[in-house]
Design a protein around this ligand. Sequence first.
Ligand SMILES: NCc1[nH]cc(CCC(=O)O)c1CC(=O)O
Length: 323
Amino acid sequence: MTSVVSSPSRTIRIGSRKSQLALIQTYWVQEQLQKSFPDITFEVHTMATHGDKILDVALAKIGDKGLFTKELELGMINQEIDFAVHSLKDLPTRLPEGLVLAAITERENPADALVVHEKHKDKQIDTLPEGAVIGTSSLRRLAQLRHRYPHFTFKDVRGNLNTRMAKLDAGEYDALILAVAGLQRLGMGDRIHQVLPKEVSLHAVGQGALGIECRAEDTELISLLKAIEHPETRDRCLAERAFLRELEGGCQVPIGVNTEVKDNNLTLTGIVASVDGQKVVKDTISGATKDAEQLGIELAQRMRGQGAQEILDQIFAEIQRGS
Ligand SMILES: NCc1[nH]cc(CCC(=O)O)c1CC(=O)O
Protein backbone atom coordinates (compact mmCIF):
# COMPACT_ATOMS: atom_id res chain seq x y z
CA MET A 1 0.00 0.00 0.00
CA THR A 2 1.50 3.35 -0.96
CA SER A 3 1.10 6.04 1.63
CA VAL A 4 -0.14 9.49 0.74
CA VAL A 5 2.18 11.03 3.28
CA SER A 6 5.29 9.33 1.88
CA SER A 7 4.22 9.86 -1.76
CA PRO A 8 2.89 13.41 -2.05
CA SER A 9 2.64 12.98 -5.80
CA ARG A 10 -0.26 10.57 -5.44
CA THR A 11 -3.26 11.57 -7.50
CA ILE A 12 -6.57 10.96 -5.80
CA ARG A 13 -9.50 10.17 -8.09
CA ILE A 14 -12.94 11.34 -6.95
CA GLY A 15 -16.00 9.65 -8.42
CA SER A 16 -19.23 11.55 -9.01
CA ARG A 17 -22.58 11.13 -10.65
CA LYS A 18 -23.02 13.38 -13.67
CA SER A 19 -26.08 15.24 -12.40
CA GLN A 20 -25.71 18.97 -11.88
CA LEU A 21 -26.28 18.65 -8.13
CA ALA A 22 -23.77 15.79 -7.81
CA LEU A 23 -21.12 17.78 -9.69
CA ILE A 24 -21.65 20.91 -7.57
CA GLN A 25 -21.24 18.78 -4.45
CA THR A 26 -18.20 16.91 -5.77
CA TYR A 27 -16.40 20.08 -6.88
CA TRP A 28 -17.08 21.58 -3.45
CA VAL A 29 -15.44 18.58 -1.76
CA GLN A 30 -12.53 18.73 -4.22
CA GLU A 31 -12.00 22.42 -3.43
CA GLN A 32 -12.07 21.85 0.34
CA LEU A 33 -9.53 19.03 0.09
CA GLN A 34 -7.33 20.97 -2.32
CA LYS A 35 -7.18 23.85 0.19
CA SER A 36 -6.22 21.48 3.01
CA PHE A 37 -3.71 19.49 0.91
CA PRO A 38 -2.22 21.74 -1.81
CA ASP A 39 0.47 19.15 -2.74
CA ILE A 40 -1.98 16.40 -3.64
CA THR A 41 -3.83 16.28 -6.94
CA PHE A 42 -7.56 15.60 -6.73
CA GLU A 43 -9.23 14.65 -10.02
CA VAL A 44 -12.96 14.28 -10.68
CA HIS A 45 -14.21 11.27 -12.68
CA THR A 46 -17.90 11.19 -13.60
CA MET A 47 -20.06 8.09 -14.02
CA ALA A 48 -23.70 7.59 -14.98
CA THR A 49 -25.58 5.60 -12.35
CA HIS A 50 -28.59 3.33 -12.82
CA GLY A 51 -30.80 5.94 -11.15
CA ASP A 52 -29.72 8.54 -13.67
CA LYS A 53 -30.77 6.28 -16.55
CA ILE A 54 -34.36 5.58 -15.46
CA LEU A 55 -35.63 9.06 -14.72
CA ASP A 56 -39.09 8.32 -16.10
CA VAL A 57 -39.93 5.60 -13.55
CA ALA A 58 -41.56 6.49 -10.23
CA LEU A 59 -38.82 6.23 -7.63
CA ALA A 60 -41.08 4.75 -4.98
CA LYS A 61 -41.89 1.91 -7.37
CA ILE A 62 -38.27 1.10 -8.05
CA GLY A 63 -37.58 0.67 -4.35
CA ASP A 64 -34.01 -0.22 -5.16
CA LYS A 65 -31.36 0.77 -2.70
CA GLY A 66 -28.12 1.99 -4.07
CA LEU A 67 -29.74 3.25 -7.23
CA PHE A 68 -27.42 6.24 -7.33
CA THR A 69 -24.39 4.66 -5.72
CA LYS A 70 -23.75 1.17 -7.13
CA GLU A 71 -21.68 2.16 -10.16
CA LEU A 72 -19.49 4.43 -8.05
CA GLU A 73 -19.02 1.65 -5.51
CA LEU A 74 -17.94 -0.76 -8.23
CA GLY A 75 -15.52 1.90 -9.43
CA MET A 76 -13.93 2.02 -5.98
CA ILE A 77 -13.75 -1.75 -5.61
CA ASN A 78 -12.15 -2.00 -9.08
CA GLN A 79 -9.63 0.75 -8.18
CA GLU A 80 -10.88 3.07 -10.93
CA ILE A 81 -11.67 5.80 -8.40
CA ASP A 82 -10.53 6.32 -4.81
CA PHE A 83 -13.57 7.84 -3.20
CA ALA A 84 -17.10 8.89 -4.05
CA VAL A 85 -19.14 11.89 -2.96
CA HIS A 86 -22.84 11.16 -2.35
CA SER A 87 -25.88 13.03 -1.13
CA LEU A 88 -25.88 11.14 2.16
CA LYS A 89 -29.58 10.45 1.94
CA ASP A 90 -29.05 8.44 -1.26
CA LEU A 91 -26.37 6.25 0.35
CA PRO A 92 -27.76 2.94 1.67
CA THR A 93 -27.27 2.34 5.40
CA ARG A 94 -25.36 -0.88 4.70
CA LEU A 95 -22.31 -0.51 2.48
CA PRO A 96 -20.71 -3.22 0.34
CA GLU A 97 -17.95 -5.28 1.94
CA GLY A 98 -14.65 -3.40 1.77
CA LEU A 99 -16.14 0.11 1.63
CA VAL A 100 -16.69 2.59 4.47
CA LEU A 101 -18.37 5.91 5.13
CA ALA A 102 -15.14 7.82 5.74
CA ALA A 103 -16.46 11.33 6.40
CA ILE A 104 -19.65 13.40 6.60
CA THR A 105 -19.45 17.10 5.76
CA GLU A 106 -21.40 19.99 7.30
CA ARG A 107 -25.06 19.72 6.48
CA GLU A 108 -27.21 22.41 4.90
CA ASN A 109 -30.68 22.96 6.33
CA PRO A 110 -32.05 19.38 6.23
CA ALA A 111 -35.71 20.40 6.05
CA ASP A 112 -38.18 19.95 3.19
CA ALA A 113 -39.44 22.99 1.30
CA LEU A 114 -42.75 23.92 -0.27
CA VAL A 115 -42.37 25.35 -3.79
CA VAL A 116 -45.58 26.76 -5.27
CA HIS A 117 -47.04 27.71 -8.62
CA GLU A 118 -47.15 31.51 -8.81
CA LYS A 119 -50.95 31.55 -8.51
CA HIS A 120 -50.47 30.35 -4.89
CA LYS A 121 -47.82 32.87 -3.95
CA ASP A 122 -49.94 34.23 -1.08
CA LYS A 123 -50.53 30.70 0.32
CA GLN A 124 -48.72 28.44 2.78
CA ILE A 125 -49.05 24.67 3.11
CA ASP A 126 -51.90 25.17 5.61
CA THR A 127 -53.89 27.43 3.24
CA LEU A 128 -53.51 25.67 -0.13
CA PRO A 129 -57.00 24.83 -1.45
CA GLU A 130 -58.80 21.51 -1.21
CA GLY A 131 -57.70 19.20 -4.02
CA ALA A 132 -54.41 21.03 -4.62
CA VAL A 133 -52.08 18.79 -6.61
CA ILE A 134 -48.86 18.26 -4.67
CA GLY A 135 -45.89 16.76 -6.49
CA THR A 136 -43.56 14.44 -4.61
CA SER A 137 -41.86 11.16 -5.40
CA SER A 138 -40.92 10.37 -1.83
CA LEU A 139 -43.03 7.96 0.24
CA ARG A 140 -41.84 9.73 3.35
CA ARG A 141 -43.19 13.11 2.23
CA LEU A 142 -46.32 11.53 0.79
CA ALA A 143 -47.25 9.65 3.98
CA GLN A 144 -46.60 12.54 6.35
CA LEU A 145 -48.45 15.10 4.22
CA ARG A 146 -51.39 12.77 3.56
CA HIS A 147 -51.69 12.27 7.30
CA ARG A 148 -51.95 15.98 7.96
CA TYR A 149 -53.56 17.19 4.74
CA PRO A 150 -55.92 14.43 3.54
CA HIS A 151 -57.69 16.98 1.30
CA PHE A 152 -54.73 17.32 -1.10
CA THR A 153 -54.13 15.22 -4.20
CA PHE A 154 -50.67 13.70 -4.46
CA LYS A 155 -48.94 13.05 -7.77
CA ASP A 156 -45.56 11.54 -8.59
CA VAL A 157 -42.93 13.85 -10.07
CA ARG A 158 -39.59 12.80 -11.52
CA GLY A 159 -36.73 14.23 -13.51
CA ASN A 160 -34.05 16.68 -12.48
CA LEU A 161 -34.88 19.85 -10.63
CA ASN A 162 -35.22 21.97 -13.79
CA THR A 163 -37.68 19.47 -15.26
CA ARG A 164 -39.72 19.41 -12.07
CA MET A 165 -39.85 23.19 -11.86
CA ALA A 166 -40.94 23.41 -15.50
CA LYS A 167 -43.81 20.97 -14.80
CA LEU A 168 -44.86 23.04 -11.79
CA ASP A 169 -44.72 26.32 -13.68
CA ALA A 170 -46.66 24.78 -16.58
CA GLY A 171 -49.52 24.09 -14.18
CA GLU A 172 -49.20 20.30 -13.86
CA TYR A 173 -48.93 20.75 -10.10
CA ASP A 174 -50.03 23.37 -7.58
CA ALA A 175 -46.94 22.83 -5.46
CA LEU A 176 -43.88 20.59 -5.07
CA ILE A 177 -42.13 19.36 -1.96
CA LEU A 178 -38.34 19.38 -2.40
CA ALA A 179 -35.29 19.40 -0.16
CA VAL A 180 -34.17 22.88 0.92
CA ALA A 181 -30.55 21.75 0.52
CA GLY A 182 -30.86 20.71 -3.12
CA LEU A 183 -32.60 23.96 -4.08
CA GLN A 184 -29.96 26.03 -2.33
CA ARG A 185 -27.02 24.16 -3.82
CA LEU A 186 -28.48 24.54 -7.31
CA GLY A 187 -28.94 28.30 -6.85
CA MET A 188 -32.74 28.02 -6.69
CA GLY A 189 -33.06 29.10 -3.07
CA ASP A 190 -35.38 31.91 -4.17
CA ARG A 191 -37.99 29.28 -5.11
CA ILE A 192 -38.25 28.11 -1.49
CA HIS A 193 -41.70 29.41 -0.59
CA GLN A 194 -41.92 27.86 2.87
CA VAL A 195 -39.51 25.73 4.89
CA LEU A 196 -41.74 23.00 6.30
CA PRO A 197 -41.57 22.85 10.09
CA LYS A 198 -40.78 19.51 11.71
CA GLU A 199 -44.39 19.19 12.88
CA VAL A 200 -45.38 18.97 9.19
CA SER A 201 -42.52 16.92 7.73
CA LEU A 202 -39.62 15.15 9.37
CA HIS A 203 -36.75 15.06 6.88
CA ALA A 204 -35.00 12.07 5.36
CA VAL A 205 -32.11 10.38 7.10
CA GLY A 206 -28.93 12.20 6.12
CA GLN A 207 -30.76 14.91 4.18
CA GLY A 208 -28.64 17.98 3.45
CA ALA A 209 -25.31 16.28 4.25
CA LEU A 210 -22.66 14.82 1.95
CA GLY A 211 -21.23 11.38 2.63
CA ILE A 212 -17.80 10.36 1.41
CA GLU A 213 -17.29 6.66 0.78
CA CYS A 214 -13.96 4.96 0.15
CA ARG A 215 -12.13 1.62 0.43
CA ALA A 216 -11.79 0.51 4.06
CA GLU A 217 -8.14 -0.42 3.46
CA ASP A 218 -7.18 3.09 2.28
CA THR A 219 -6.34 4.35 5.76
CA GLU A 220 -4.18 7.20 4.45
CA LEU A 221 -7.07 8.58 2.43
CA ILE A 222 -9.47 8.12 5.36
CA SER A 223 -7.23 10.27 7.55
CA LEU A 224 -7.12 12.98 4.85
CA LEU A 225 -10.91 12.96 4.53
CA LYS A 226 -11.30 13.55 8.26
CA ALA A 227 -10.00 17.09 7.57
CA ILE A 228 -13.33 18.02 5.98
CA GLU A 229 -15.59 16.14 8.36
CA HIS A 230 -18.09 18.12 10.49
CA PRO A 231 -18.33 16.30 13.83
CA GLU A 232 -21.78 17.53 14.80
CA THR A 233 -23.26 16.60 11.41
CA ARG A 234 -21.52 13.22 11.63
CA ASP A 235 -22.98 12.47 15.07
CA ARG A 236 -26.47 13.47 13.99
CA CYS A 237 -26.29 11.50 10.76
CA LEU A 238 -24.83 8.40 12.43
CA ALA A 239 -27.79 8.40 14.85
CA GLU A 240 -30.22 8.87 11.94
CA ARG A 241 -28.61 6.12 9.85
CA ALA A 242 -28.55 3.67 12.76
CA PHE A 243 -32.27 4.34 13.31
CA LEU A 244 -33.06 3.66 9.64
CA ARG A 245 -30.78 0.59 9.43
CA GLU A 246 -32.51 -0.93 12.42
CA LEU A 247 -35.98 -0.40 10.90
CA GLU A 248 -35.68 -1.05 7.20
CA GLY A 249 -35.98 -4.37 5.50
CA GLY A 250 -34.93 -3.86 1.93
CA CYS A 251 -37.06 -1.17 0.35
CA GLN A 252 -37.98 2.49 0.44
CA VAL A 253 -40.23 3.10 3.46
CA PRO A 254 -41.87 6.24 4.88
CA ILE A 255 -39.39 7.05 7.64
CA GLY A 256 -38.47 10.59 8.73
CA VAL A 257 -36.19 12.05 11.40
CA ASN A 258 -35.08 15.19 13.15
CA THR A 259 -31.92 15.62 15.24
CA GLU A 260 -30.50 18.32 17.47
CA VAL A 261 -27.17 18.52 19.31
CA LYS A 262 -26.61 20.71 22.35
CA ASP A 263 -23.84 20.45 24.97
CA ASN A 264 -22.80 16.96 23.81
CA ASN A 265 -26.37 15.79 24.04
CA LEU A 266 -28.17 14.44 20.99
CA THR A 267 -31.94 14.38 20.56
CA LEU A 268 -33.37 12.15 17.81
CA THR A 269 -37.03 12.16 16.76
CA GLY A 270 -38.25 9.48 14.36
CA ILE A 271 -41.49 8.86 12.48
CA VAL A 272 -42.76 5.78 10.67
CA ALA A 273 -45.97 6.34 8.70
CA SER A 274 -48.21 4.14 6.57
CA VAL A 275 -48.32 5.14 2.89
CA ASP A 276 -52.01 6.07 3.18
CA GLY A 277 -51.16 8.46 6.01
CA GLN A 278 -53.58 6.71 8.37
CA LYS A 279 -51.07 5.33 10.86
CA VAL A 280 -48.21 7.28 12.36
CA VAL A 281 -45.74 6.23 15.05
CA LYS A 282 -43.50 9.00 16.37
CA ASP A 283 -41.13 9.11 19.34
CA THR A 284 -38.02 10.93 20.63
CA ILE A 285 -34.86 9.82 22.43
CA SER A 286 -31.97 11.82 23.98
CA GLY A 287 -28.51 10.88 25.19
CA ALA A 288 -24.78 11.50 24.88
CA THR A 289 -23.58 12.28 21.33
CA LYS A 290 -20.86 9.65 21.75
CA ASP A 291 -23.66 7.05 21.84
CA ALA A 292 -25.25 8.40 18.64
CA GLU A 293 -25.64 5.04 16.89
CA GLN A 294 -26.91 3.31 20.03
CA LEU A 295 -29.57 6.02 20.39
CA GLY A 296 -30.74 5.37 16.84
CA ILE A 297 -30.96 1.62 17.47
CA GLU A 298 -32.82 2.08 20.76
CA LEU A 299 -35.37 4.47 19.28
CA ALA A 300 -36.02 2.05 16.41
CA GLN A 301 -36.56 -0.86 18.80
CA ARG A 302 -38.87 1.17 20.99
CA MET A 303 -40.96 2.30 17.99
CA ARG A 304 -41.28 -1.27 16.71
CA GLY A 305 -43.13 -2.01 19.95
CA GLN A 306 -45.38 1.03 19.41
CA GLY A 307 -46.73 -0.15 16.05
CA ALA A 308 -43.93 0.72 13.60
CA GLN A 309 -43.40 -3.00 12.97
CA GLU A 310 -47.01 -3.48 11.79
CA ILE A 311 -46.70 -0.49 9.43
CA LEU A 312 -43.47 -1.83 7.95
CA ASP A 313 -44.81 -5.42 7.65
CA GLN A 314 -47.80 -4.09 5.74
CA ILE A 315 -45.59 -2.11 3.33
CA PHE A 316 -43.33 -5.13 2.69
CA ALA A 317 -46.39 -7.34 2.08
CA GLU A 318 -47.75 -4.84 -0.46
CA ILE A 319 -44.43 -4.70 -2.26
CA GLN A 320 -44.28 -8.53 -2.40
CA ARG A 321 -47.74 -8.55 -3.94
CA GLY A 322 -46.40 -6.07 -6.47
CA SER A 323 -48.85 -3.26 -5.80
N1 LIG B 1 -34.09 12.28 -3.57
C1 LIG B 1 -33.16 12.90 -4.44
C2 LIG B 1 -32.24 13.86 -3.74
N2 LIG B 1 -31.07 13.44 -3.22
C3 LIG B 1 -30.44 14.51 -2.64
C4 LIG B 1 -31.24 15.63 -2.83
C5 LIG B 1 -30.84 16.98 -2.39
C6 LIG B 1 -30.93 17.22 -0.92
C7 LIG B 1 -29.95 16.49 -0.05
O1 LIG B 1 -28.73 16.53 -0.27
O2 LIG B 1 -30.39 15.88 0.91
C8 LIG B 1 -32.40 15.24 -3.54
C9 LIG B 1 -33.51 16.09 -3.99
C10 LIG B 1 -34.72 16.19 -3.09
O3 LIG B 1 -34.98 15.31 -2.26
O4 LIG B 1 -35.48 17.15 -3.24
